[in-house]
Design a binder for this molecule. Structure first.
Ligand SMILES: NC(=O)c1ccc[n+]([C@@H]2O[C@H](COP(=O)([O-])OP(=O)(O)OC[C@H]3O[C@@H](n4cnc5c(N)ncnc54)[C@H](OP(=O)(O)O)[C@@H]3O)[C@@H](O)[C@H]2O)c1
Length: 250
């Protein structure tokens, strides 16, 4: 028996990286997993990887409230509510304070903060009592990495949301936690660099800062997501679980 037999889960940004690994793991633990993201081809491929009987893809943008309504209507029509919500979708980009533009700020806050907020708000009627909500954070909230100010601030907002929502939803037995990955080898991380050569340099530089001497693997973050999603973490709420190879700990 898996940890999530008979449960229903949603993973935003489930088409790649940590979201895809999370979806694979939640399905392996027995959940039926809905995945959403903007690119249909990635989502269709993800469903093949997760297992077509265990996954449903719904194309959409979490910063578009009509898309969220359509997503939740699809989940509602399955008739089992929602037991696990992994609000994982985010975007990242570099810009120093001096380079900052309105577009940079709006793009990151629209998706990472506003999108995450309405992803969870619009899930409320569907969330079953005892559900687990997991927000994807970042080790960047604790440090001042150059040119990552808006991304870090958006993730600090996410961390704060988890505390407030854990308080507001405790009466329904719904737990809300943040997962806090360190640098993890995903398309999103490599995509921060303008070309493959610089991406390799970025990955190498980040790995060298991690006490365990390497980047995280998406599956390692997914294992912690499965823990937070399941009853194994029944006394944990409002918390942040670091999966960072010791980066922010030592
Ligand atoms: N990789 C790391 O080192 C690292 C470290 C700490 C935290 N994180 C966090 O982990 C999460 C996943 O990142 P990742 O590294 O796995 O990156 P990724 O491979 O780029 O995955 C991000 C996913 O989010 C989806 N997405 C982005 N904007 C969206 C939107 N508006 N609506 C719906 N889906 C959207 C993307 O799909 P579409 O483009 O198709 O929409 C993509 O599938 C993010 O929250 C990130 O901040 C990553």
């Amino acid at each position: 028996m898996g940890l999530l037999e008979g449960k229903t889960a949603l993973v935003t940004g489930g088409g790649s990286g940590i979201g895809l690994a999370g979806a694979v793991r939640l399905a392996a633990e027995g959940a039926h997993v809905f995945v959403t993201g903007r690119r249909k081809a990635e989502l269709d491929a993800a469903v093949e990887v997760i297992g077509p009987g265990s996954a449903t893809a719904v194309t959409g943008d979490i910063s578009d409230l009509a898309d969220l309504d359509r997503l939740y209507e699809t989940i509602r029509s399955r008739g089992s509510g929602l037991d696990v919500l992994f609000a994982n979708a985010s975007v990242a980009a570099f810009a120093t304070l001096e380079q900052m533009t309105e577009e940079h700020f709006d793009a990151l806050f629209d998706i990472n903060v506003r999108g995450t907020l309405f992803t969870v708000q619009k899930a409320l009627p569907l969330l079953n009592d005892g559900a687990s909500v997991i927000l994807n954070g970042s080790t960047n909230v604790d440090v001042g990495a150059e040119a990552f100010g808006v991304y870090a601030a958006s993730k600090a907002a996410t961390r704060s949301f988890a505390r407030t929502w854990a308080n507001e939803l405790k009466g329904r037995g719904i737990r809300v936690n943040t997962i806090t990955p360190g640098p993890t080898d995903t398309p999103g991380l490599s995509g921060l660099a303008p070309d493959p050569e610089q991406a390799a340099g970025l990955r190498q530089g980040l790995a060298a800062q991690v006490p365990l001497g390497r980047l995280g693997r998406p599956e390692e973050i997914a294992a912690a997501v499965a823990f937070l999603a399941s009853g194994q973490s029944s006394f944990i709420t409002g918390s942040s679980l670091y999966v960072d190879g010791g980066l922010n700990q030592i």
